[in-house]
Ligand binder design. Structure first.
Ligand SMILES: [Zn+2]
Length: 254
């Protein structure tokens, strides 16, 4: 519930935004084996201690990196288009517009291309604190954006405004790629923000933060960055966020 959230009208909202890492699904080489998902590794997320750069203007961290190379992030194939579908149940009236604007911002920061592929009744499934569920499918599938209450998605309990993350696969133990992901936003909190005259920018900022996770950024302990786990009043990506996003968009194509 949000009753305990301390808010004021100056925009300083003490709000924890999203903490979702990701799962790696070990798969056979899809082009050789039609069996889509051989094994789902529930061994916890490929979670790394954020590798903070001491220089504030390059403060970013990746959710995961390629084996043996911390400088090579796991990301989406930059030569493909990432489909996004939106479930508008519980969304604020400007939900579609918010998603479009967030996507445009992420495209600009990464060079990745997204395609808003309509609406859906599907929702991301968050099986526990860290693992989005993958049900038998490793081919790229749309990133799902949805809204839910804390009663529906318990990870939204407390001061959590949203959760986001992506699922990676590796082919034959080689390069790891994200193939799908999800974002679930706190419907009650968005309803509050939507009624507040100064809430709209924060609605977008939360989405930008979650899309940061989806494309591969982890939290940093830097108040100058939107990827701070707490809402420190930032409404757009900071310089470190932008450096990290540019690196994510610059990986080699699959
Ligand atoms: Zn987060």
């Amino acid at each position: 519930m949000h009753s305990g959230r301390s808010r004021d009208r100056t925009g300083i909202v003490s709000l924890v935004v999203a903490i979702i890492a990701l799962i790696g699904a070990v798969v056979a080489v899809p082009s050789l084996t039609p069996t889509p998902l051989r094994d789902l590794v529930g061994l916890g997320p490929h979670r790394l201690a954020p590798t903070l750069n001491p220089h504030p203007d390059t403060s970013y961290a990746f959710m995961a990196h390629q084996a043996g190379d911390p400088s090579a992030p796991v990301g989406y194939d930059p030569c493909t288009t990432i489909d996004v579908q939106v479930n508008l149940a519980g969304a604020p009236p400007d939900g579609p517009s918010l998603v479009r604007r967030a996507i445009a911002r992420v495209e600009g920061a990464t060079g990745l291309r997204f395609h808003l592929a309509g609406t859906t009744d599907r929702r991301p499934q968050w099986t526990n604190e860290f693992l989005p569920t993958v049900l038998g499918r490793v081919q790229a599938s749309p990133v799902l954006v949805s809204w839910a209450t804390a009663g529906q998605v318990h990870q939204l309990a407390g001061n959590v405004a949203g959760i986001g993350g992506s699922v990676s696969v590796s082919e034959g133990g080689g390069t790891r790629w994200y193939v799908t992901g999800g974002i679930t936003l706190d419907a009650d909190y968005y309803a509050e923000l939507d009624k507040s005259t100064d809430g709209r920018p924060e609605e977008l900022a939360i989405l930008l933060h979650e899309f940061g996770h989806v494309v591969g950024l982890a939290h940093v302990h830097d108040d100058g960055e939107l990827m701070n786990a707490d809402n420190v009043g930032r409404l757009d990506y900071g310089p470190g966020d932008l450096s990290g996003l540019a690196k994510i968009g610059a990986i080699a194509c699959r």
